[in-house]
Design a protein around this ligand. Sequence first.
Ligand code: C2E
Ligand code: CA
Ligand code: CA
Length: 892
Amino acid sequence: MAGKNWHAGGKAMIPAAAGACLLGLLAGPGRVLAASGAAAPADAAAWDPDTVRQILTGGGAVVLFLVAVIIWAMAALRTAQNTQRRNSAFVSSALNNMGQGIVMVDPCGRLAFCNDSYLKMYGLSRSDLYPRITGRGLAELRHGRGTLGCGIDEFFSRKDNSEGIITELPDGRSILVKHLSLRDGGMISLHDDCSAQRDLSSQLATTKKFLESVIDNVPVCVAAKSIEDGRYILANRAFERFSRLPREAIVGKRAAEIFSAKTAATIEAADKSAITAPDGQFRSELVVERAAEKRTLASNRVIARNDRDQPEFLIALFEDITEHKSLSRELESTKKFLELIVDNIPVALIVERVSDGRYLLANRSAETILNRRREDATGLTAKDIFNPKEARLIVSRDEAAIRQRGVLSEEHPISTKDGLRLFLTRRATVLDEAGQPQYLIKTHEDVTDRRQTESRMAHMAYHDGLTDLPNRAAFLQALSQMIEACEGSGDEFAVLSVDLDGLKEINDVFGHAMGDKLLIEVARRIQQSTGGGVVARLSGDEFGLIIDGRQPEAGKALAERVAENLARDFLIDGKRVHTGVTTGISVFPQNGRDAASLLANAGAALFRAKAKSRGSISLYEPEMDRQIRDRRALHQDLSAAIRNGEMSLHYQPQATTGRTVTDDDVTGFEALARWIHPTRGFVPPSDFIPLAEESGLIVEMGEWILREACREAASWPKPLQIAVNLSPAQFVRGDVVGLVHSILLETGLSPGRLELEITEGVLIEDFERGLALLRRLKALGVCISMDDFGSGYSSLTYLQAFPFDKIKIDRAFVMNLGLTPQSAAIVRAVIGLGHGLHVSIVAEGVETEEQLRFLADEGCDVVQGYYIGKPAPILQYCALVGRTLPPARKTG
Ligand code: C2E
Ligand code: CA
Ligand code: CA
């Protein structure tokens, strides 16, 4: 306690000195000695006794008074000294016991006081403080101990910082030093060990940073706002991403400043609900606008309260669930959709749980089988629904399917309210992840109708729908069976191909309904004729028959019986109809050993019979086969004819009728196809045109002919007509209108110069279609002629239905003029008909002057025939078309 003494001693001397000074003043300078020693009584004995007594009395009083005063003063002084000492000790001890370090410096910069805490704080002891030490000296001492934290000058330069300065000590402590200037020029510095506080705040800062980074990285949007003013104080990264705004644009703003008015109102309403919620929380789904799109948010708002339990912050956590919502909506609708399908499929469907056999699902169609509403069946087992016998059967089948684990199908009758029906039941097992049967899916399909249809269809596949006779396929099958039975046995049988005559005409004259009835009747009569043998309808008007016995007698006899039976008139719908048959016969084994060749050969014999005469019967001969093969070979060659340049066109002139005809009367030409075969030479059109029509080659060939003829005519100097024949097959198979149109465009021929010659075949095949095509052709601006009029049915209906530009009288009538009186009558009638209809009449096959004269006299418009000019290459008619003859070839 040396310091304390030093300090305490300094202070005790002040009151003692003050007391001595006061006594001196009262006694004067001479008395100071007397008062302070024993010399005073010797002075008093030298004076008069009264005086002395008076003086003594007076003086004694004064002295007494003075002594009293002195004693009082001494006592007061001591009391004051003691009080001050006590106070001083109290203050010193209080200051020394403070945790803070305190240093006081007097106006001269000398240390006036420093407490123990200060010394301890900086590792100093009181003995380190030398007398008259200054503040700077103290700093130097500390610097020496390494507890100043910086250089001495720096320390003093920073001392005026109002916040104070932090001194970091080598042992890690931090001291906050504050300097306070005193009014008298002195200074107090306070030293506060703030290490713990600093640690705490740094810990706090770390924790805060950590939490901020967590909040920033959670995928949920987090926002916090002050309840007082509704301004955002926090927005995490997810919020930034969602709002597409940086947090600087969010923090400090209200919802209304960031979002649309509608969205802000939604947010504010949710905030309000959270603030007023009793548990301080509010969960909801919000629809907000982000640019032009609407987003759905799942939001949770929580209220944070302060220490006075007042709501202070609102924390909003939200997630964008738009996609999720639409996905779940989609899932829901898909589920509904599938349920709808399952419920409406026309097959009964039941799903059963394998573990307890309970029905989990049944659709509408299953209600019939379950005999109850589908919702009433769920949860039940087979035993609850069916009678014990049925249930046992069902359960045993279910178990078999479960054991097998595949799909098990069976067909069995089930009695329903609609009677006994045939059901196809399929059982499929659904396995769980462990491969154990989990569900059994059962479908029950009512196949009663289907099976009936199938058997009907099977019948139809082998039967002709009209006559109910076996069809071609069934006939071939029967033929194969017959061959199998007769093979190697020496037995013979015949195959008859029977063709009904005139069916086309009957259809045409009386209509198809009548034709159908006739066919049914014919079938019945043929069946009667065979007496139980095989009869089939092979095509429209062709029947096939098989007859065993000695051949060819048996076959021939049957053919005759059939012909006889069909020769009698048919009475259909009160109308008498006559028909007949032509028959071709082939015999097994002589004319073929398989079904196909036997039938083909019977067909070949029929072809020959037809060629011979209608109503005849023809037996197959190998020669026919050769002819047919020859036809096939010719067909082969024909298909290459255009490519090989073997086809050409001949042109036959047509002229205005007069008793004489000159070149000037020529109005146009008919183009006629010519084929020069490389080995056979000239093949007549009457041979190759039907061949081309049968095979469809006519489409390609017809196109070539039309193009060639138009191209040629377009090159003529004179604008003469060009007539081109079109086959009915071209109307059926090809796009005849498109073809004519494109060829006219391509060749540049004026449509008015083109004449298309068609036969009534075009209208017989399909009247409506034929008529429509003719109209469209006419609309192109070309002329349409009716060719070979008089040779076929020459139905006047056709002339009425379509406004033909020309009628060509068949050459057979023209050639017979003068030979048969009928021909003249017919020709005259046709000319009259044409004039009545305002249609130009062309007479074909004019070979003589007489014929020409007759036609001229009758007023026929145009003539064509060898007499006017034969079909020939156009070179021969150069002059007629207005071309100069090419220079004659030099000979020799
Ligand atoms: P069509 O259309 O009636 O042709 C007239 C036929 O009569 C031609 O026979 C012609 O040579 C012949 N002819 C012309 N004037 C006389 C005559 O005064 N006396 C005799 N006896 N005959 C005469 P072609 O060229 O043999 O044609 C026969 C049939 O072949 C044609 O009869 C036609 O139906 C068909 N045809 C010819 N060329 C074509 C063609 O390019 N396309 C189509 N689709 N058929 C054609
Ligand atoms: Ca013709
Ligand atoms: Ca003709």
